[in-house]
Design a protein. Structure first.
Lengths: 285, 296
């Protein structure tokens, strides 16, 4: 029987990888994996107790539609394992792990996704998509925020992991939400102070799903039906909410709260926001 | 919560600096931090200095101590709650890498009122007329975060691969190296280490000068010795200092497989100074928290 478990390997040095390939980007379009790997010529590091099981990769859907991403994130998450369970966070925090996988076991999948742009998120350009490389900073973006929005595999793995930790919501429901609502993802999900504390994220995502309207139009939403004509865009709503949540976190240690208590905090913030909008609207009348 | 000495709460909060609680301060110290890498367990013996009235509130479970372990690299956070000011805490280290921070707080466990549970004699007059209740889970105290380094990241500054430790058996003015661990251990005489630890109390150009001396006298010689050891044996980069060194050499377009003895000193200088600014900051953290006497 074929053994589909491979040792988990990552590049050692990540910063100069993209520079070596940037003048040969057509190789990606042509699925020239061997050529690309030869040009990268990266030294690798092998993990002793972590493996990648490639047997499920045939079930990956080469599309970045919402349904496909929900399916794919589960497969990527479950295929990477350490001897006593899920892949350790410190390993998953290395961009160079994802860069390595994107150029080896999952190269064809990555190129297929890149060639079929159905949505704007996550960024589809090669530096970010394969390397998490910032053209502005001229180096790999190692921030926690970059981990869940740059390299496509890292984005899928971390999204699944974070969604899995929500106690009171089905993982697929959470995934659908974070893959659908770009404003929620950009403003709240990508903030490590929210998404990396399980109970905090659980409370915030439940608030987003159940406590605010879903049918926002591009012109904004009459969120507060008692205030006619005072529209607010979803993006502005989330930004204001995030700012207030952050301020509140300076006085209350959110780590201590359960998901339910966190949800309650979110509701209180929303009440304050509504009151504030109402006062502001009355003043400008 | 992000720590800041300058943070204003608008109500009395006990901390290491302010006078909200008059002369009373809240400080925390970790005297022993054991990292069992094999089992992925981190044990910290933590001691808080707090006034007796806070100890009594904690004993009666009106307030609680909260210690949060954070790792920026992995965005990991976990916490422990307890009611004694001295406590041994265990954390899983499997979710951490590189620098970790251990922050302690005092948090209300129920609604507390100034003038009732928090007697006015303990707090600054400025707050006496404040009609304020502390809600459950509100912060009432914070101490300075304590930072430590676990295994450094693969692409961390070069100084993060050193551990500087004092050892009785090392003569004054001498350096002894050990390359068998993940980090390069540099052993110094206690008095020598004491000189470098003074860096903690220096600032600006004076600090820079001290760090430059440490770099020249301790780090470059240690790195030269490490490069020599690496040139003799580097079949496996499994030790962290080796993989970091490999990455640094590649960054400088040097061939890690062909290090010539006559180039070693120049290479050590180049590596140290290639990320000098980062190195110095990292170094300061390393020195600040190392230096426990180490004699087996």
């Amino acid at each position: 029987m074929m053994n589909n478990k491979n040792e988990l390997i990552q590049f050692v040095n990540e910063n100069d990888l993209y520079k070596r390939i940037k003048n040969h980007l057509k190789d990606y379009k042509n699925f020239e994996r061997e050529k690309i790997l030869k040009r990268l010529d990266g030294k690798t590091f092998k993990y002793e107790n972590s493996t990648i099981n490639i047997s499920q990769f045939t079930n990956l859907i080469p599309s970045n539609s919402i349904d496909a991403e929900v399916n794919n994130s589960k497969i990527i998450y479950e295929s990477l394992m350490t001897e006593d369970g899920e892949l350790k966070r410190y390993i998953a925090s290395y961009n160079s792990l994802w860069t390595y996988l994107a150029h080896t076991h999952l190269f064809d999948f990555m190129v297929s996704i890149k060639n079929q742009r159905k949505r704007k998120v996550p960024m589809q350009d090669i530096p970010k998509f394969f390397f998490s490389y910032s053209e502005v900073k001229k180096k790999v973006d190692n921030s926690s925020r970059a981990l869940i929005r740059n390299n496509y595999l890292s984005y899928l793995w971390w999204s699944y992991r974070i969604a899995l930790k929500c106690e009171k919501l089905d993982t697929n429901t959470v995934l659908e939400w974070i893959f659908t609502d770009e404003d929620f993802s950009g403003t709240l999900f990508e903030r490590p102070s929210i998404s990396h504390i399980d109970s905090v994220f659980g409370g915030v995502v439940r608030f987003a799903i159940y406590e605010i309207p879903h049918d926002w139009s591009n012109k904004g939403y009459e969120l507060f039906d008692k205030i006619e004509g005072n529209k607010i865009t979803k993006r502005d709503f989330y930004r204001d909410f995030a700012k207030r949540l952050n301020a509140k976190g300076g006085f209350i240690n959110f780590e201590l709260l359960s998901e339910d208590e966190m949800l309650q905090e979110c509701k209180e913030i929303k009440e304050t926001m509504m009151l504030n909008y109402k006062i502001h609207h009355t003043k400008t009348d | 919560m992000i720590y800041s000495e300058l943070k204003s709460f608008g109500y009395p909060v006990i901390n290491p600096f302010g006078d909200d609680f008059l002369d009373h301060k809240f400080t925390s110290n970790i005297e022993e931090l054991d990292h069992d890498e094999e089992n992925g367990e981190l044990t910290a013996k933590i001691y808080h200095t707090v006034p007796n009235f806070i100890k009594t509130l904690a004993k009666n479970k009106k307030v609680k101590f909260l210690t949060v372990l954070r790792c920026n690299f992995t965005s990991f956070e976990t916490h422990r709650i307890y009611y004694e000011s001295d406590q041994t805490l265990s954390f899983s280290s499997k979710d951490c890498s590189g620098k970790i921070s251990i922050d302690s707080y005092i948090v209300c466990n129920e609604v507390l009122k100034i003038g009732k549970e928090i007697e006015k004699k303990y707090i600054n007059k400025f707050y006496h007329s404040l009609d304020k209740s502390y809600k459950k889970n509100t912060l009432i105290g914070f101490s300075e975060p304590l930072q430590f380094s676990l295994e450094p990241e693969l692409n961390a500054p070069i100084s993060s691969i050193f551990e500087i430790i004092d050892k009785k058996s090392v003569e004054k003015g001498c350096l002894v190296y050990d390359f068998s661990e993940n980090l390069i251990r540099i052993y110094l005489h206690k008095d020598d280490l004491g000189i470098y630890k003074r860096i903690e109390n220096t600032f600006g150009n004076e600090r820079k000068a001290h760090l430059d001396i440490l770099t020249s006298v301790v780090l470059i010689p240690a790195l030269s010795a490490a490069l020599f050891a690496y040139s003799k044996e580097h079949d496996s980069n499994s030790l962290t200092w080796k993989s970091t060194l490999y990455a640094k050499l590649k960054e400088l377009n040097m061939d890690p497989d062909h290090i010539q003895p006559e180039d070693i000193n120049t290479l050590a200088n180049k590596i140290i100074y290639s990320d000098k600014d980062k190195s110095l900051t990292q170094l300061l953290n390393s020195i600040k928290f190392l230096g426990a006497e180490y004699d087996e």
